[in-house]
Design a binder for this molecule. Structure first.
Ligand code: TYC
Length: 102
C-alpha cells in the first residue's frame, strides 16, 4: 500500500509488491522399459502417495506419455527430480522426471 514519510516521499509497503513464489509441477515421462512396479514405488516414496493413487498416476503416464506427481516450490521440485533420476539410474532404468512452472 502507498504511504508518505515525513519528507513527503511516497513509499510502497513490501506486502503490496510481494508476489507468491512460482510453483513447479513435477512430471514423470513414459518409456518402454521402466517396470510399472518401479514407477509405482517411486511415486509412493518421493511424492508421498498411497499405493492406489501412485498406481493411477503411473497408468496415466503409461497411457498419455506424461503425468503430474506433485506441485512444489522451485528448490523442492528440483530436489525431487534429482533424487528420482539418481534412484532410477542406480537401478538401471531410463525413467525420466522433469519440472515445469505450474
Ligand atoms: N511404459 C512402461 C511399461 O510398460 C511403464 C512406465 C510407466 C514407464 C510410467 C515409465 O513414467 C513411466 N513397463
Amino acid at each position: 500500500t502507498k504511504h508518505e514519510n515525513d519528507g513527503g516521499t511516497v513509499l510502497e509497503r513490501q506486502e503490496a509488491k510481494l508476489k507468491p513464489p512460482p510453483m513447479y509441477q513435477v512430471l514423470l515421462l513414459n518409456d518402454d522399459y521402466t517396470p510399472m512396479e518401479f514407477v509405482v514405488a517411486v511415486i509412493q516414496q518421493y511424492f508421498n502417495k498411497d499405493r492406489e493413487t501412485a498406481t493411477q498416476i503411473m497408468l496415466k503416464v503409461h497411457r498419455d506419455g506424461k503425468g503430474m506427481c506433485g506441485v512444489y516450490p522451485k528448490d523442492i521440485a528440483s530436489t525431487k527430480v534429482e533424487l528420482v533420476l539418481t534412484h532410477a539410474r542406480k537401478a538401471g532404468h531410463p525413467l525420466q522426471c522433469v519440472m515445469e512452472e505450474a
